[in-house]
Design a protein. Structure first.
Length: 196
């Protein structure tokens, strides 16, 4: 099961669709386009500070409550999601570039995708925190490794249209233009070209 399916089963995509006034199909299309970059950002955090560092960061930002905030009946406090994005992307320029890139691929409005980004970041971080609390012994760091390892390692066994796993398997082709395994530096480069 890929992460888009997991978030859909948890009710996250439906909650996001209702809050943004779009159909569940549009929410899923946006999630499929945005999640690879979000997971790439989490993966970069692990490479920089290790799993325990990322687990601690997610805990400070709200832990499992992040997912609950999106699922709740009140409007989502997207400030928390923007904090998560700030930690994994480093700048608003990258968030804008990710939304613009997803808009070009999907035909969805970039403004709508910008609203989806913090909500999706909250769902992913909250989901990982909740799963981390349930994994015996490994703690959040171990669980993050399992979730991200499984999702980011989507590889060639994933079907071409296999949702997130397939998207992540092809992340290098989509965003990692210089082949160094880190798509965010390439996203930054694209943002620089857009401004220039």
């Amino acid at each position: 099961m890929n992460l888009t399916d997991i978030l859909q089963q948890a009710g996250g995509l439906e909650s996001m669709a209702k809050e943004l006034g779009v159909s569940p199909g549009v929410a899923q299309q946006g999630a499929d386009a945005l999640l690879p970059a979000i997971l790439g950002g989490f993966k970069k955090q692990i490479q920089g500070g290790g799993l325990e560092g990322l687990g601690g960061l997610i805990g400070q930002l709200g832990g499992g409550g992040l997912l609950d905030s999106v699922l709740g009946s009140q409007p989502t406090p997207v400030g928390q999601g923007n904090e998560v994005l700030g930690q994994i992307f480093g700048s608003k320029d990258i968030s804008r570039t990710v939304a613009g890139d997803a808009a070009a691929k999907t035909g969805l409005d970039a403004g709508l995708l910008k609203k989806m980004l913090p909500m999706l970041a909250m769902m992913v971080a909250g989901y990982m925190a909740k799963q981390g609390g349930q994994s015996p012994g490994g703690g959040l760091g171990g669980m993050l490794g399992n979730v991200l390892g499984g999702l980011v390692g989507g590889g060639s066994s994933a079907p071409a249209a296999g949702g997130l796993a397939g998207s992540l398997g092809g992340l290098g082709k989509l965003i990692d233009m210089n082949g160094d395994g880190n798509p965010l530096d390439d996203i930054l480069g694209m943002a620089g070209k857009m401004r220039g």
